[in-house]
Design a protein around this ligand. Structure first.
Ligand code: SF4
Ligand code: SF4
Length: 186
């Protein structure tokens, strides 16, 4: 990714505050990239992303495909000799991308993210049916994959009623105390 070297940005500091990650401790060993679940599919790799943040990259990095394709599997975190939690760092970038309106128009990952987290916040667990409705109305793809719905219902893969039994107060506290969260889902 091309980085405008003259552009001043507080992105690194903001991301560090949101994620609790110390970017400068990266050794550029690339162990995160060599184990990353999506590195074969993305143009940007985890070690590259961290390296660019370290060099003072600006908001253009928020458009990186890795920001929305990362699976939060934390394999990178497990492999990192410096215990850099790249997944947490990418979560912070996602939040900033939405806040600053720099999400790419390609794909509906931000919409899906919002739909998923919205149900987790409301019910304490994901409620797939509501999440899908939210996503479908938001994306306009109302009829896509609907033929699978009866099979999923029959096989018990999709519940009609919202989940119950979750400790909603605990989940709410997680949202309220998450970096930059305050319970807001954008
Ligand atoms: S594994 Fe850790 S130290 Fe090595 S490049 Fe990745 S983030 Fe940096
Ligand atoms: S958490 Fe994201 S960046 Fe890290 S290994 Fe998994 S997919 Fe790759």
């Amino acid at each position: 990714m091309k980085i405008n070297g003259t552009r001043k940005s507080n992105l690194k500091q903001t991301v560090e505050e949101l994620s609790g990650v110390r970017i400068d401790s990266c050794l550029k060993c690339m162990k995160c990239t060599s184990g990353c679940s999506v590195a074969k599919e993305t143009k940007m790799h985890p070690s590259e992303l961290i390296g660019l943040l370290k060099l003072g990259a600006g908001d253009e990095i928020l458009k990186s495909d890795l920001v929305w394709m990362c699976l939060s599997c934390e394999i990178c975190y497990g492999r990192c000799p410096m215990k850099i939690n790249t997944a947490s760092l990418i979560d912070a970038l996602r939040k900033l991308a939405v806040e600053r309106g720099t999400t790419t128009r390609k794909g509906n990952a931000p919409l899906f993210n919002k739909a998923f987290l919205g149900t987790v916040k409301q019910y304490g667990r994901s409620y797939d049916l509501q999440m899908i409705m939210h996503y479908k109305f938001g994306s306009g793809s109302l009829m896509q994959d609907t033929e699978k719905f009866p099979t999923m219902l029959r096989k018990g893969k999709m519940a009609l009623l919202p989940p119950y039994g979750a400790k909603k107060t605990v989940v709410k506290r997680i949202f309220d105390t998450s970096p930059g969260g305050k319970g807001k889902i954008k």
